[in-house]
Design a protein around this ligand. Structure first.
Ligand code: FEO
Length: 170
């Protein structure tokens, strides 16, 4: 059994992860609209990762014998000024998610919910990778500011990204 306060926060994080997937799908559609299919591919993999994050919360809530609640998902933006603007957004968004995970960890500590605290440690580590990966693409997009050729090389590289689903227990 999970205390209501923690359960509500877990359901809310499940919604936030679904929003992340929605946001990255919207960014994928934006990149497709400006013919940067490698950037679009990166976003598709990112959206799939977010869905996997959401399912980890979903499965954990059920494993603990509690009820998953699925309220509506906020509409994400659909327009950006440039690839640079998109990756500024991605980086800020991931920093925001890190803050949400940290608050959740704090809550489980104050409520002495050690099992949920342990479950969340995977996300603590994952957010370090999420921020690093967003920041790394952002830095490289910045370097292409005066070089459209550089943008196409980066597009080609981002087109190689493949989604690897997390294994059970990972
Ligand atoms: Fe689910 Fe990108 O953090």
């Amino acid at each position: 059994m999970i205390k209501k306060k923690v359960l509500d926060a877990l359901n809310s994080q499940l919604n936030a992860e679904l929003y992340s997937a929605y946001l990255y799908l919207s960014m994928e559609a934006y990149f497709e609209s400006i013919d940067l299919s490698g950037f679009a591919n990166w976003m598709r993999a990112q959206a799939q990762e977010e869905l996997a994050h959401a399912m980890k919360f979903y499965d954990y809530i059920i494993q603990r014998g509690e009820r998953v609640i699925l309220p509506s998902i906020e509409e994400p933006p659909s327009k950006w000024e440039s690839a640079h603007a998109v990756f500024e957004h991605v980086y800020k968004h991931e920093q925001k998610v890190t803050g949400l995970i940290n608050s959740l960890v704090d809550l489980t500590a104050s409520e002495s919910d050690h099992a949920t605290n342990n479950f969340l440690q995977w996300f603590v580590a994952e957010q370090v990778e999420e921020e690093e990966s967003a920041s790394s693409v952002l830095q490289r997009v910045k370097l292409t500011a005066d070089s459209p050729g550089g943008l196409f090389i980066l597009d080609n590289e981002l087109g190689q990204r493949v989604f690897n689903p997390p294994t059970k227990g990972e």
